[in-house]
Design a protein around this ligand. Structure first.
Ligand code: C2E
Ligand code: CA
Ligand code: CA
Ligand code: CA
Length: 278
């Protein structure tokens, strides 16, 4: 295509229309999915240097009757544009709390992390809902970690920070997800009540290839150490990456395909229990 004549505009309109109908299809399907029980909770472990899971992250999947098992990338962005993310997020929070009180897990001090979207977190009744859920399930709030991104505080910083403090007072922990990819992550460390940093997988991926990335990861680990924060590295795929991370920060937890893929929670719990048996 040499010219960007009228044809270009037509194609643009077609793409827009296609996107709109795709969005509509996903929205409608997802609304049904929540009601009909098509959402699934998957788990992926966070392992210490001895290979023991100290934490685990809950990740949503959608078992679509027509299209099979869908990853969040295929529907979360659409859900985030409406209240669907609240429905989905509430469902995940409830499942997470129920999981926390399962007898297999309650004895072991496994930390359970769940992703929370900005839109969900900023609902006026978010704190009250979560409080009710914890009371109802009798889950221990201190074993629940909410994974948030800096997008959470981009709108109304004071309100978001205030809520985080309220939840902190209930014992809930916070992890700053995708750390290092935003614009002001460092500044937020001192202004938000955060207990954990998650080093974004893009850093882990480039660590062994680029000296600059290596230096950045080292700097992040040093800052985390000085702030007394736990660190979880995402997307750890090779023994070399794990070795480097553990050499820098012996207490770091690693999450990634080197250890496990996200799998249905029942399967993950079964494996976890089995591994802990002497
Ligand atoms: P995230 O929170 O950064 O989650 C990590 C993602 O990296 C997951 O993708 C996980 O499967 C993937 N991953 C784990 N280990 C590796 C690895 O070694 N290599 C590579 N290349 N990838 C790895 P997933 O499950 O597709 O989730 C994508 C994103 O969707 C999440 O990114 C999170 O932002 C969002 N998400 C997932 N579940 C929920 C949810 O319940 N609520 C909300 N609001 N967002 C969610
Ligand atoms: Ca996450
Ligand atoms: Ca992440
Ligand atoms: Ca990510």
């Amino acid at each position: 295509a040499k010219s960007r004549g009228p044809g270009h505009a037509v194609i643009f309109q077609e793409v827009m229309a296609e996107n709109a109908s795709r969005r509509y299809r996903i929205e409608k399907g997802l609304r049904r999915a929540v009601g009909e029980g098509e959402l699934r909770l998957f788990l992926q472990g966070q392992y210490n240097a001895e290979g023991v899971a100290m934490g685990v992250e809950a990740l949503v999947r959608w078992e679509n009757p027509e299209r099979g098992l869908l990853s969040p990338g295929a529907f979360i962005p659409v859900a985030e544009e409406s209240d669907l993310i609240v429905l989905l997020g509430d469902w995940m929070l409830e499942q997470t709390c129920r999981l926390l009180v399962r007898p297999e897990l309650v004895e072991r001090r496994l930390q359970l992390s769940v992703n929370v979207s900005a839109r969900q977190f900023l609902q006026t009744d978010f704190v009250a809902k979560l409080q009710a859920l914890l009371a109802f399930t009798e889950a221990d709030p201190s074993r629940l970690t909410l994974e948030v991104t800096e997008g959470l505080v981009l709108g109304d910083f004071d309100e978001a920070a205030h809520r985080m403090l309220q939840l902190r007072e209930m014992g809930i922990q916070f992890a700053l997800d995708d750390f290092g990819t935003g614009y002001s992550s460092m500044a937020y460390l001192k202004r938000l009540p955060i207990q954990e940093l998650k080093i974004d997988q893009s850093f882990v991926r480039d660590m062994n290839k680029s000296q600059q990335t290596e230096a950045l990861v080292e700097a992040i680990l040093w800052v985390a150490h000085r702030f007394g924060l736990r660190v979880v590295a995402e997307g750890v795929e090779t023994p070399a990456q794990a070795a480097l991370l553990h050499a820098w920060e012996p207490k770091i937890l690693c999450q990634g395909f080197l250890y496990d893929q996200p799998i249905p929670w029942q399967a993950w719990v079964a494996r976890y229990v089995q591994q802990l048996q002497p």
